[in-house]
Design a binder for this molecule. Structure first.
Ligand SMILES: *[C@@H]1O[C@H](CO)[C@@H](O)[C@H](O)[C@H]1NC(C)=O
Ligand SMILES: *[C@@H]1O[C@H](CO)[C@@H](O)[C@H](O)[C@H]1NC(C)=O
Ligand SMILES: *[C@@H]1O[C@H](CO)[C@@H](O)[C@H](O)[C@H]1NC(C)=O
Ligand SMILES: *[C@@H]1O[C@H](CO)[C@@H](O)[C@H](O)[C@H]1NC(C)=O
Ligand SMILES: *[C@@H]1O[C@H](CO)[C@@H](O)[C@H](O)[C@H]1NC(C)=O
Length: 342
């Protein structure tokens, strides 16, 4: 039994480390002794005095944050409550607030806490029990992560003044299309939106035209509105795998836009290959019900300059084999180094 446990623990630890890697997390113990201006439950390294590390120490409440703290780490505790006043001395200096892996509900976020933070840039509030988003008034917010909560609503207009917000992660919640209609209109510089593992019936409405990455895997999407992508001229990566897309839900040419580089439509119910633009490089269609290979989905015309830039095409787990490839495919798909049929 014992030898088995060690590698498992190693895997868990490395997963945990990866999870926090994206905000340069360093354990406080590696940062030297704690300075005097610190809550006694936490560590504020002398050589990084604007950071307070309170993570992984079974805390039930957010401790009072002393003057001058800009970076606050509270992940991996048992925090259920944020009491009024805890941020009173840092309302206009706190930049990073990390609350991942706690048990916080909306009812236990007191007034006069997050709603007073006017300088916050990063709010990481994943793996908690929020049913609706908690958004600070800060106009400087650039990153918002609320994955793995129980969000079932996201009121319209909440992000209206977030002019610097570039990234929103909301995967693994209970958001419906109605719940998010209007939610993402505000942030005019948004680059990346992840709404995978929710309950959307269509792609989110009103997303800003700056968007480059949109992930909506594992929802209930059965159609894409005509012209949806025409409003997103910068979109490069679109994933709608593990949904309920059918041919009749895709208007002609809906994915034929020049900006797209990668399109993932795998694990749906498509019977034919949708028309794509010549510029697309990656197309994932595995695990659909595709039963014919129509070259005009890739090339309406073929010539010296008119051919598909597709490099990778996955068609495995469909009703189609290599012999379905028309003879003139190699001219149209001249860059496809990798076409998978099984
Ligand atoms: C908050 O600020 C007040 C006024 O400057 C100060 O007296 C108090 O000690 C500070 N509290 C903390 C926890 O830093
Ligand atoms: C937005 O970002 C720019 C560039 O980093 C910065 O100059 C500006 O002050 C930011 N705006 C807000 C409201 O923080
Ligand atoms: C995609 O749109 C362009 C421009 O409208 C058009 O010329 C091309 O034939 C379309 N491609 C496909 C595969 O439908
Ligand atoms: C072929 O490609 C060229 C250059 O991209 C374009 O100008 C022309 O319209 C295309 N011809 C057809 C028939 O699509
Ligand atoms: C699969 O394709 C074959 C040949 O085109 C066809 O006869 C058959 O009905 C298809 N099966 C399904 C499940 O679509």
């Amino acid at each position: 039994m014992f030898p088995l446990r060690v590698p498992l623990l190693a895997i868990l630890v490395s997963v945990a480390l990866c999870q926090y890697y994206d905000y340069d997390y360093q354990p406080a113990s590696m940062l030297g002794p704690s300075g005097p201006n610190c809550n006694q439950e936490c560590d504020c390294p002398i050589n990084f005095p604007t950071a307070m590390y309170c993570d992984s120490r079974k805390l039930k409440f957010v401790p009072i944050v002393p003057t001058g703290i800009k970076y606050l780490y509270l992940q991996n505790n048992q925090i259920e409550e944020i009491k009024a006043g805890v941020f009173d001395n840092v309302t206009d200096v706190l930049r990073w607030l990390v609350l991942d892996n706690n048990q916080i509900t909306n009812a236990k976020v007191a007034k006069g806490t997050i709603d007073k933070l006017t300088a916050l840039e990063k709010l990481f509030f994943s793996y908690n029990d929020l049913t609706e988003p908690v958004i600070p008034p800060s106009k400087s917010l650039d990153e918002l992560k609320m994955m793995h909560n129980k969000l079932s609503k996201f009121p319209s207009g909440l992000l209206n003044d977030k002019e610097n917000l570039t990234s929103i992660n909301l995967q693994h919640n209970q958001l419906t299309s109605d719940a998010v209609s209007g939610a993402f209109k505000g942030p005019k510089k948004l680059l990346s939106l992840d709404v995978s593992h929710n309950k959307l019936k269509k792609l989110p409405a009103g997303v800003p035209s700056s968007l480059e990455i949109l992930y909506a895997d594992y929802n209930d999407i059965d159609s894409v509105g005509a012209g949806y992508l025409n409003k997103l001229p910068a979109l490069q990566y679109l994933r709608i795998s593990h949904n309920k897309l059918v041919d009749s839900g895709l208007p002609a040419g809906v994915f034929n836009t020049t900006s797209l580089v990668e399109l993932d439509l795998s694990f749906n119910k498509l019977q034919s290959i949708p028309e794509i633009n010549e510029q697309l490089e990656q197309l994932y269609l595995q695990a659909n019900e595709i039963n014919k290979f129509d070259l005009t989905s890739f090339c309406k015309f073929i010539g010296p300059l008119n051919y598909s830039r597709l490099k990778h095409l996955r068609l495995d787990a469909n009703n189609i084999t290599h012999s379905s490839l028309p003879p003139d495919s190699s001219n149209c798909l001249r860059q496809a180094s990798d076409i998978m049929f099984e």
